[in-house]
Design a protein. Sequence first.
Length: 592
Amino acid sequence: MRNEIALTLQKALRELYNIDWQIDTSIIQRTKKEFEGDFTLVVFPFVKQARQSPDMVAQSLGDYFQQNLHCRFNIVKGFLNLTFPCQVWINFLKNNYTNTSFGYFATGNSDVTLIEFSSPNTNKPLHLGHIRNNLLGDSVSRILAACGKKVIKVNLVNDRGIHICKSMLAWQKFGNGETPESTQMKGDHLVGKYYVEFDKHYKAEVAQLEAGGMDKTVAEKQAPLMLEAQEMLRKWENNDPEIRQLWNQMNEWVYQGFAQTYQQLGIAFDKVYYESQTYLLGKQLVEEGLQKGAFYRRDDQSVWADLREEGLDEKLLLRSDGTSVYMTQDLGTAQLRYDEFHPKEMIYVVGNEQNYHFDVLKLVIGKKLKKEYGPRIHHLSYGMVELPFGKMKSREGTVVDADDLMEEMIIEAQNKTSELGKTDFEDGKASQLFEMIGLGALKYFILKVDPKKNMLFDPEESIDFNGNTAPFIQYTHARIKSLLRKAADHQINYNHQSFNEIDLQKAELDLVKMLYEFPQIVKTAGEMKSPALIANYAFDLAKEFNRFYQETPIFKETNEQLRDLRLHISQFTALVIKNAMTLLGIHVPEKM
RNA sequence: GGUUCCGUAGCUCAAUGGAUAGAGCAACUGCCUUCUAAGCAGUAGGUUGUUGGUUCGAUCCCAACCGGAAUCACCA
C-alpha cells in the first residue's frame, strides 16, 4: 500500500507540477489516531516547487489520489490524510494472517554482514554489562537476518594477557588445588575468585611498601606479585610448558562456565576467535604500512600512525620491544575476517568507552592502509549499565553477576506466578515458563533502551513484570492463544475467507493498521541497528490488542463473520508478537 | 584542557524535521458470577538543561553556555 501511494505520488508530482521526486516511502506516515485517515502525507516539502499554498497542493494531490487509488481524503493544515476502503485492510489481513514469516525478508543472494559481540576476558565471569553486549549483538544479528542479510556471528575471546596471569598466579599461590569439581563452582566464577584474590594481596603489598616510604606509583610497579605476574606472562609468551598447561586448564574451566551462561542466555556463535591465536597477526600489516610510508618508526623502534590531520592524535601500533598492542591485533583480526568472509559490513558490538579506539581503527585501515574494508567497519557503540551508586567495578565487588541475575529473575517469575494463584501447568511446563518470563523480563528491560544511551539498573528494585515489560507482552500472547484454544473447543472454524461485506470498527482497524507496520519497523530497526524499535513496537501492539480485547467481546458476537474476523485479527496479532519477540531473543508462552 | 556522547513528567524510558511531546513505575478513582485483572478505563504530573540561529514547522539540525559520562596509555 505504501509503495502504491509513493508511486502514485511520484506520478502526481510529475504530472501536476513537473517535479521529479525520488521515491521515499518514509514520508508516508501512519495517520495519528486523533485524525481521520489511514496514511498521512506532509505536503510542505513540495509547496516551494509547486508554487502554490500548502492547502492547494494538498487538495490537488488529494484529488489525484482519489481518482487513481480510490481512497477518500481530508486536509488539515497542510497534512493530507488518505482513507482507504475497509476492504483494502481486510484483504491485507486475509493475505497475511497465517504467514509465519510476516515481517521477515527473504535472504536471496544478499550481502554478508559480520558481527562481533560478547568478546569476554577469561579472567572473570560475565556481568550485567556483558549481558547488554550479548543481548544487543544477538538481537541485532536476528534483526539483520530478518532484513535478508546473511549474518555471521563471531566472538573474539581475550584468552591471554596480564589479567589472566593474575588469576593464574593467585590460584597457584592461594588455591590449594581447588577445581570446579572440588568446590562445586562454575569454572568462570572460580577463576574470577582468584582474580579478586590477586587484587587483595596485591593491594596489601602496595600498602606495605608505601608504609615503608615508597612512592605509590613506584610501589604499584615494584610489588612482588605484579613482578611475578609479569614474569609469568613472559614465560607464557615463551611457551613455558608448565605455565601453558596451567593456562589451558584455567581457560578450559572458564569456557565451560561461559558455555552455560551463553546457553541460558540463548546465544551462539558461528565462529570463535581466540586472541592467543590472532594477536600476532597485525604485525604484518604494520610492516606493510611502514613500507607504504603510512606509518613511521621512532628512534626507540616503536611504530606509530600519525592521525593529526584527521583531527586525532598519534597512535602506537607496535611497542618498542616489537610486541603488539590492542590496535595491532585488531588490524590483524579485521584482515583475517575480511579475507575469510568478504563481508559488506563488519559490525563490532563494543561499549562506548572504546569509541576513540574504533575511530582510530577505521582511519588506520581505510585512510592509512587504504584497505577497501576500512569504511565497512561499523562500531555499534552502546552505553554503560550504571548502578545507583555508579559504575560496576569487579574489584570493589559492585558487579551484578550475570548468572546470579538470571537466576534471581527466574525465581522472581516463579514467585510472581504463584502469587497470582496460577498453578495449573502441565508437568515440566512450569519451569519452562518461569525461565521464559524471567529471562524475557531481563532481556526486554535491556533491549528496550536505545543502545547508545547509558542505562540505569537498580538491584534493589527488581525488574518489573507489569506495564512496559516482556511479561506483559508474553501475557498478551498467551491470552490470544487461550482465545484460539477456546475457538477450537467450540468447534469454531474461522479459517474461511468470506468477509466481503463487513466493516471494521475503529478498535479493529487500529489494530490491523498497526500490524501492517511491522515489516517497516523491522526494516528501520535493521537500518538503525536498534532492537529498541522492535521492543517498543511489540509493547504498543500488545497494548493496542488489550484495548481491543477488553472493549470487543468475541464469543458473544452474534454475527459469525464478524466473530471470525476478530479471531483472524487475534491470531495475526499473536503471530506478529511472536515474530517481534523472537527478534529480541525472547520466547512467548502458549499459556501463563 | 582537546575530542566524542548524553540532558524529555518525581523515577525508568519513547517520540526517521511534522499535527495537541507519549508510555510504564510510583500516587489517586473506577472495572473481575470470568473470551486469562501479569489486564482495561480515568485523574494528576512538562518552559524537552539555558540562550540564540536555520526552517512553513525544532525534543530532533547549527552555535555558545550550564550540567553529567566516556576517552585522550608502550592496558585491553
